[in-house]
Ligand binder design. Structure first.
Ligand code: UDX
Length: 467
């Protein structure tokens, strides 16, 4: 079976490399010549742990091109993985998708071919794609094609594990087309492939559930899954705020509620709020889809509001201790929206640096992987680059932990605090487990500041009683 993947972003590349690893002949197509020539030279345009090694293993089955005429006629499956970035009004920009579908349509061969929508596309897109194909089919006298919606649930940073060992595979379309997709995915469904040494099968993992639905239901599943996860995090953040008011600890509370199987422990980590390319975009797309039908979605709106408030809260916590930020130096640890990726889309660090600049402070930023990308994409922001976490902290008045990279977890805080001018630590990802010795001040999300090692317990109690 021949497979073509249109679009070599996170989803397209991951899918192409994964399917080639499973043994299929895969052609990756992108209109960006720079991307394709670097892929031809074996270089990945994104950072994703382990993807390099899988690319090496799969490379005999992979080829790259910029030409639709070269990639479409022989393909049995054409995966559409182009970007659908948000427009200012919240609707997704479908220009790339439409362009890709029109180009595909011109080169369909007349033999049975399946067009698979893997991008997160607006609900109803599958039918729209079919209409575009029909227009062209009439024009070019092609015949047998079908459209399937096969949403992707992989997370950046853990993309390989998520693609090889998914919880479920969702297939929306006719029973013939979804049957073809089952055949294609048989190695995944049966878990009959040899697990790569660097992405071993998780303990206890058996096989994915296969969910067959209509086109529209599959599209709806993708959005509603992301929006649910987003609102679960916003819920944890809202409860974290109340924990601070009453003196409870969100770690204990989240663990306690998460152990109820109906709730689950994951995606309850309070912090700077969610970012990335999906949660904000998909949640607002669902709200605008509702609006298009005159239907309101107050729960999702609230999830967005809480997420925005979370980012302001981090700066407010800083201002509590450094009232006048003008002229101050504030270290920002982490720029990527989450660890193990260089993706900067909707990253909380972006907002922190922007707000610090407006308040007259100098942000000194460090990220283990995302700095070169930030140099290209954050040209509108003013910040100083540091070569390491400790260099960012040296001489700083305060620090914001914006991303929970593991190297920040293992920082020797006692040592780095001694190099700071002020010792205000805003740990917006709750990574610091031990109390910091006075005079350092530690602010976290949803937790009382751990008792200072230097204050006797009775002294603290007296302060509280008097307060
Ligand atoms: C998400 C979905 O998880 C994935 O299924 C979908 O295909 C794409 O969108 P991704 O954006 O790569 O994946 O990252 P994810 O790990 O889900 O994290 C999203 C955001 O939520 C990050 O900003 C992360 O920091 C934040 N988050 C996550 C929390 O704040 N708390 C949590 O408990 C979990």
């Amino acid at each position: 079976m021949n497979i073509t993947i249109v679009g070599t972003g996170y989803v397209g590349l991951g899918t192409a490399i994964m399917l080639a690893y499973l043994g299929y002949q895969v052609t990756g197509l992108d209109s960006d010549e720079g991307k394709i020539s670097s892929l031809k030279a074996g270089a990945l345009p994104i950072y994703e742990p382990g993807l390099d090694d899988l690319l090496q293993a799969a490379s005999p089955n992979l080829r790259w091109t910029t030409q639709y005429s070269d990639a479409i006629p022989d393909a049995d499956f054409i995966f559409v993985c182009v970007g659908t970035p948000p427009l200012p009004d919240g609707h997704p920009n479908l220009q790339y998708l439409e362009g890709a579908v029109r180009s595909i349509a011109q080169h369909l061969d007349g033999k049975p071919q399946i067009i698979v929508n893997k991008s997160t596309v607006p609900i109803g897109t599958g039918d729209w794609v079919l209409r575009i194909l029909e227009e062209h089919a009439a024009l070019y006298a092609t015949s047998h094609y079908e459209v399937v919606s096969n949403p992707e649930f992989l997370r950046e940073g853990t993309a390989l594990g998520d693609s090889l060992y998914p919880d479920r595979i969702v297939l929306g379309g006719s029973s013939w087309a979804t049957g073809q997709m089952r055949t294609l995915y048989a190695p995944l469904i049966e878990q009959s492939f040899e697990a790569p040494a660097h992405v071993p099968r998780p303990r206890g993992y058996e096989r994915p559930a296969v969910v067959e639905t209509t086109l529209t239901s599959a599209e709806m599943i993708k959005y509603s899954a992301n929006a649910f996860l987003a609102l679960k995090i916003s819920y944890a953040n809202e409860i974290a705020g109340l924990c601070e008011c009453v003196g409870a600890d969100i770690h204990e509370v989240a663990a306690g509620i998460g152990l109820d199987h109906r709730i689950g422990t994951r995606f309850l980590a309070a912090g700077a709020g969610w970012g990335g390319s999906c949660f904000g975009k998909d949640t607002s797309a669902l709200i605008t889809t509702g609006q298009d039908y005159g239907y309101s979605m107050p729960i999702l709106r609230a999830a967005m509001t809480v997420n925005e408030r979370q980012r302001s809260l981090v700066i407010e916590k800083l201002q509590k201790h450094v009232r006048l930020l003008k002229g101050k130096r504030v270290a920002v640890l982490g720029m990527a929206f989450k660890p193990d990726t260089d993706d900067l889309r909707d990253a909380p660090a972006h907002d922190f640096i922007l707000r610090l600049g407006r308040l007259g402070a100098t942000a000194v930023a460090y990220d283990p992987v995302a700095m070169p990308r930030a140099r290209r994409e954050w040209t509108h922001l003013h910040y100083v680059e540091a070569v390491s976490a400790s260099a960012a902290l040296a001489g700083a008045d305060a620090v914001i932990v914006a991303t929970e990279w593991s190297e920040f977890r293992s920082l020797n805080w006692e040592e780095v605090l001694a190099t700071m001018r002020g010792r205000v630590v805003i740990d917006a990802r709750n990574i610091i487990r031990e109390p910091l010795a006075a005079p350092a001040v530690l602010e976290q999300i949803g937790r009382e500041q751990p008792q200072s090692a230097f204050l006797p317990a009775s002294g603290l109690a007296a302060v509280k009683v008097g307060a």
